[in-house]
Design a protein around this ligand. Structure first.
Ligand SMILES: *[C@@H]1O[C@H](CO)[C@@H](O)[C@H](O)[C@H]1NC(C)=O
Ligand SMILES: *[C@@H]1O[C@H](CO)[C@@H](O)[C@H](O)[C@H]1NC(C)=O
Length: 433
């Protein structure tokens, strides 16, 4: 009996020691981080319960496009598989482009057709495209696809999607079809979001922020950038939105380069963690950045001031994200706050970009863009300050850093109150992201 107790106790002691060696004194594995964060995140998964874009909405988009083409005196709009084909006909952006053109065509009479390699007809007809009725234009390998298209449709002048390749434009021109670029009016159809699109964007961006908050509660000193990135990918996967996932995780001076440094770094006390992260829901993207500190990790006053400067820059720009405000003016408002603190030269990129079916789309908030914001546009607001360790010495700081805060903002429909934060709320402090 006594022997049994001793053996059992020894067993406990041994497993405790092994546990300590494996999990406590060495790098904390991302499995632990994932489990810790999931406990906090799971109650927020309902944010993703949003309906996808309905058939009627696709058909409505096609009618609006047709009317705009008619007004512009153009026969048809042509796109390769891209955000535009996804927007108008549910042809996913993940369709692989090859040297053989597969083109979506919507004309001014709302006729939907597609040009397809003859031998691919079966595969492509299985895509869940949306149309009222369709014409399929097949091109056999021994003929020019563009001549086949020109002959089948009789189009004289077409508008080509901005992401279509040059070979499409030159092929159509060689077949006698005039090709013009996408007009601003048609570009802005996709930039201005409907209520259905806004629900999806709110869902995925709100969830993404909750995911970052859950990570912040569980991140510990000693973790690697990669283990946090891996846990994040698993968390999106668990919630069913792992497709389209991407992430940048940067510690301390690694974040001095806005899109990253080298791998293998572990988190030290007094270092920021910059997480820029997103995924997709029904093809619509999220894009959220937080610069955080794990609980108990403290920073110099200088670095805390940098964080609050970025926060002030972001909120100054949100105030201006109203209908008819000029894009460059919004960018300048954020830049002024940062320049006034002496960090102007370290805010190295534009303030933001449109967000929708593309991670980066129109409109762009930069100093050169004189476009006016429109009600219903969703645009990221992401000021940052990036100082390398070399530059930090000149500022009498010890080590480099990067701080960025990013939320997608809905341009409000009134003059004055400022844009609406699509994540739900902006960051309050490095401990309350
Ligand atoms: C759009 O395509 C997806 C698959 O990519 C499908 O699940 C969805 O039902 C389609 N939408 C419509 C309205 O057909
Ligand atoms: C925005 O500008 C347009 C065009 O100048 C104007 O028609 C519209 O009334 C303006 N909207 C607001 C809310 O000021």
């Amino acid at each position: 009996m006594q022997l049994c107790v001793i053996i059992t106790l020894l067993g406990f002691v041994c497993s405790f020691v092994i546990y300590q060696i494996l999990f406590e004194t060495r790098e904390i594995p991302s499995g632990w981080l994932e489990r810790c964060a999931w406990r906090d995140l799971e109650p927020h998964v309902h944010l993703l319960d949003v309906a996808p874009i309905a058939r009627d909405e696709f058909l409505r988009r096609q009618s609006i496009l047709a009317a705009a083409l008619d007004k512009a005196g153009v026969d048809a709009f042509i796109a390769e598989p891209s955000a535009s084909s996804s927007y108008y006909a549910n042809i996913s952006t993940s369709f692989d482009l090859s040297e053989r053109p597969f083109l979506m065509i919507i004309d001014k009479n709302v006729q939907f057709s597609y040009l397809v390699p003859k031998f691919e007809v079966g595969r492509i007809s299985r895509l869940e495209m949306v149309y009222k009725d369709k014409k399929v234009i097949e091109w056999p390998e021994e003929k020019s696809p563009y001549e086949v298209l020109a002959k089948a449709t009789g189009y004289k002048k077409i508008m080509l999607d901005e992401h279509a390749r040059f070979m499409i434009a030159s092929g159509l021109q060689a077949a006698g079809v005039e090709v013009i670029p996408t007009s601003q009016d048609i570009q802005s159809l996709r930039a201005v979001k409907t209520e259905e699109e806004l629900k999806i964007l709110r869902g995925i961006n709100g969830f993404t922020l909750q995911l970052v908050r859950s990570l912040q509660k569980c991140i510990k000193i000693g973790m690697t950038q990669e283990s946090i990135a891996f846990a994040a990918s698993r968390l999106f996967g668990r919630a069913g939105v792992g497709n389209g996932f991407w992430v940048i995780v940067l510690f301390g001076d690694q974040a001095a380069y806005p899109h990253g440094g080298s791998s293998g770094k572990t988190l030290s006390r007094g270092e920021f963690v910059l997480i820029d992260i997103g995924s997709k829901l029904h093809d619509y993207g999220s894009d959220v950045t937080r610069t955080i500190l794990p609980e108990g990790s403290e920073l110099s006053k200088d670095l805390m001031d940098v964080w609050y400067t970025v926060q002030a820059a972001q909120s100054a720009a949100i105030q201006l994200m109203n209908v008819n405000e000029t894009c460059s003016v919004v960018d300048a408002a954020a830049r002024k706050i940062i320049s006034d603190k002496g960090y102007g030269e370290f805010f190295t990129h534009r303030l933001g970009h449109g967000l929708g079916l593309e991670m980066h789309e129109h409109p762009y908030l930069n100093g050169a863009n004189g476009e006016k914001l429109r009600t219903g546009e969703v645009v990221t607001n992401e000021p940052g300050i990036y100082v390398t360790t070399e530059q930090a010495k000149k500022l009498s700081l010890e080590v480099g850093f990067g701080v960025r805060l990013e939320d997608p903002i809905l341009v409000s429909n009134q003059d004055g109150p400022g844009g609406i934060v699509m994540t739900g709320s902006t960051a309050k402090s490095p401990y309350e992201p």
